[in-house]
Design a binder for this molecule. Structure first.
Ligand SMILES: C[S@@+](CC[C@H](N)C(=O)[O-])C[C@H]1O[C@@H](n2cnc3c(N)ncnc32)[C@H](O)[C@@H]1O
Length: 210
């Protein structure tokens, strides 16, 4: 469905449509096939399937690795991958965007703290269940699971609850997981943390925060 709305000032039109806009993202079919071969290898070897990503995005990101490995084209790169299995990690890297922060979406965290957590604890109490498991599925450098740990910890302390809490954090990016386990962050990651929480849960080492 496509409809148009004129801006209040009449200066420009806004196109409203269902589905993805056609932003000129098409790439030629033979190039796409080669990229799919590369992605299939990644799927076979590592189990990660990126074939659902936008073709133009796939092309840009694979091309980045083609340049960085000094391969002339996608065919050469596929052969390069055969001989350099470690390159698969670099390929995964270009597909994964690790941007994260503590309390990244403050409204969501507010909602989790004020609504979700009390409801969860109430449900657990009704079921006489004393354990709770939380999963941060794409945890990047760890800001999300640690933010969760902080808000749950605050609630547990306030309610004097003895519930056994386990927080799991996973990511397809091994390098991100390694950094998550180090738990060391720059200012950008921590800038949304309230001062009281920061004082309670963090220590400062030079320009790093743990
Ligand atoms: C933009 S970050 C978001 C991090 C965090 N969830 C947040 O909202 O702050 C997305 C993370 O998801 C990871 N990721 C992407 N696809 C994944 C998958 N299929 N399984 C696990 N992690 C995935 C990426 O490696 C990346 O670290």
């Amino acid at each position: 469905m496509l409809s148009e709305a004129k801006s209040a000032s009449g200066g420009f039109n806004v196109k409203l449509q269902t589905g993805n806009p056609d932003l000129g993202n098409r790439i030629n079919e033979s190039k796409l096939k080669k990229i799919i071969n590369i992605l299939n290898l990644l799927k076979e070897q590592r189990g990660f399937d990126f074939t659902g990503y936008r073709p133009s995005m796939l092309e840009r990101r694979v091309q980045k690795r083609v340049y960085s490995t000094n391969c002339g084209n996608f065919d050469d790169y596929l052969e390069y991958l055969d001989h350099h299995p470690g390159e698969l990690d670099n390929l995964i890297d270009v597909f994964t965007i690790n941007v994260s922060r503590f309390f990244r979406n403050s409204l969501s965290y507010e909602y989790i703290s004020k609504i979700i957590i009390p409801e969860l604890f109430l449900a657990k109490a009704k079921e006489n269940d004393n354990s709770l498991r939380i999963w941060s599925a794409g945890c990047s450098f760890g800001e999300e699971p640690y933010s969760m740990a902080i808000i749950f910890n605050e609630f547990l302390r306030k309610e004097e609850s003895s519930i056994k809490l386990n927080i799991f954090a996973t990511d397809i990016d091994r390098k991100a997981l390694k950094r998550a386990s180090e738990g060391c962050y720059g200012f950008n990651s921590i800038e949304k943390i309230k001062f009281g929480i920061f004082k309670k849960f963090f220590t400062t080492e030079g320009d790093q925060f743990k």
